[in-house]
Design a protein around this ligand. Structure first.
Ligand code: SF4
Length: 223
């Protein structure tokens, strides 16, 4: 993966969709809550759960850590898998409060140990840990999701990126190919999500895709 090529993808996407200013959230706590609730859920449903939590003034690590689990379940219910997510959310915030006192204190750690610590918390996998590290803690860690794997697999004509066990490999390749920049990493991931939602779906809509001239999958279709 060469720097000009991957950066060229970003430039094409950014000039098409514009700067996306993702991830939405009024606070670090809200971004963390969103990152946990969005596991296997559409963002629209996550927004409803966040609105419920906000209406009860619950976007707060200490309040979530001390919440009654049944009440928390009802508040996060729109995001699906609500029993599991309520426990995950409360478990995460309890860990933060007991171990660090606050998210800000936890996030003062360097990127690599912070990532390792996030991954050690129950229910936090690669994508959630990296979303929290990049968007809430503002560390230069590139987030890989299903859209990223699918788009790069098609653009570069390889199936290996689509395997979930290739998470670390793909992440290292991207991080080695572009400048270490939190703003760039945030927006690049957002561009992939936007492209995945609008064009590079399971059944791709290549005709309206800004990357079609750079994409091996599309070029192969033309032959
Ligand atoms: S041209 Fe088609 S396959 Fe390639 S990135 Fe765009 S939508 Fe996906």
């Amino acid at each position: 993966m060469h720097q000009p090529r991957i950066m060229q993808l970003y430039k094409t996407l950014e000039s098409h969709f514009g700067f996306l200013d993702w991830w939405p959230g009024d606070s670090k706590a809200e971004i963390v809550v969103g990152a946990i609730l969005t596991q296997s859920a559409s963002w629209k449903n996550v927004e409803k759960a966040i609105a419920n939590l906000k209406s009860k003034d619950m976007i707060d690590p200490k309040r979530i850590a001390n919440a009654d689990i049944k009440r928390l379940e009802q508040l996060v219910r729109p995001s699906g898998f609500y029993r599991q997510k309520a426990r995950r959310l409360r478990g995460f915030m309890s860990y933060v409060v007991k171990r660090h006192g606050s998210l800000e204190s936890m996030f003062s750690n360097d990127a690599s140990p912070l990532r390792a610590e996030l991954l050690s918390i129950n229910g936090i996998g690669n994508e959630t840990a990296d979303s929290i590290a990049l968007y809430a803690a503002e560390k230069p860690i590139f987030v890989i999701d299903a859209y990223t794997r699918r788009i790069l697999g098609r653009v570069y004509g390889t199936k290996r990126y689509e395997k979930s066990e290739c998470y670390d490999i793909l992440q290292k390749e991207i991080e080695a190919s572009i400048r270490k920049d939190v703003v760039l990493y945030k927006d690049f991931h957002a561009q992939f999500v936007e492209l995945g939602k609008n064009c590079c779906r399971a059944k791709p809509l290549c005709g309206s895709c800004p990357l079609k001239r750079q994409c091996k999958y599309f070029k192969d279709l033309q032959q």
